[in-house]
Design a protein around this ligand. Structure first.
Ligand code: NI
Length: 182
């Protein structure tokens, strides 16, 4: 187990359409250590998701997890999950606008419109094919991470940079809103 170095925006690996992982490499457990390290890295950075190319590995592999956090009452808890070759196969609902950040673009938040509900297919580390429909924050994380392994970052999805904020300003704004609450 180890915390890996995160690739940052500008690194070409973040712009790669990552390679599909072969089924025999999934079932053989070849990527067990990489998965454990990615989970450590995500937790260490207090992220809610991480794609393999964010640790410099050109593979379609993502991890996600979000513990319930009283500071973000709108963000529901998302259990730890590891997916190989994730692919979004269906979208429904109107685009929902919300603030998003990325461990590869540290220190910033931007407003991104994402599908409210999505269906995706992937392969688990046990080699099991899954097809799931998720919504809300869970759907947002999947869309963000699948974008990563397709070479896309959240800023590509923004309408412009007028709703892009430095984290210091974002936190200040949020503290004000929290204080204003009765
Ligand atoms: Ni990201």
């Amino acid at each position: 187990m180890a915390v890996l170095e995160l690739t940052k925006i500008g690194n070409p690996v973040l712009r790669k359409k990552c390679q599909e992982v072969k089924e025999q490499d999934i079932s053989s457990g070849k990527y067990k250590k990489l998965i454990a390290d990615m989970i450590d890295t995500m937790r260490d950075a207090k992220g809610v998701g991480l794609a393999a190319n964010q640790v410099g590995v050109d593979l379609k592999l993502i991890v996600l997890e979000c513990a319930a956090n009283p500071r973000y009452p709108g963000a529901e808890a998302v259990p730890l999950a590891v997916y190989f070759n994730p692919r979004i196969t269906g979208r429904s609902g109107q685009g929902e606008r919300a603030w998003e950040g990325c461990l590869s673009i540290p220190g910033y938040r931007g407003v991104v419109a994402r599908s409210r509900e999505i269906t995706f297919e992937a392969v688990t580390p046990e080699g099991r094919k899954v097809r799931e429909t998720v919504k809300g924050f869970h759907a947002r994380i999947i869309q963000h991470e699948v974008d990563h392994v397709e070479g896309c970052v959240y800023m590509d999805r923004m309408e412009g940079v007028k709703e892009w904020m430095h984290l210091d300003e974002f936190n200040r704004d949020m503290e004000t809103k929290i204080k204003d609450k009765p």
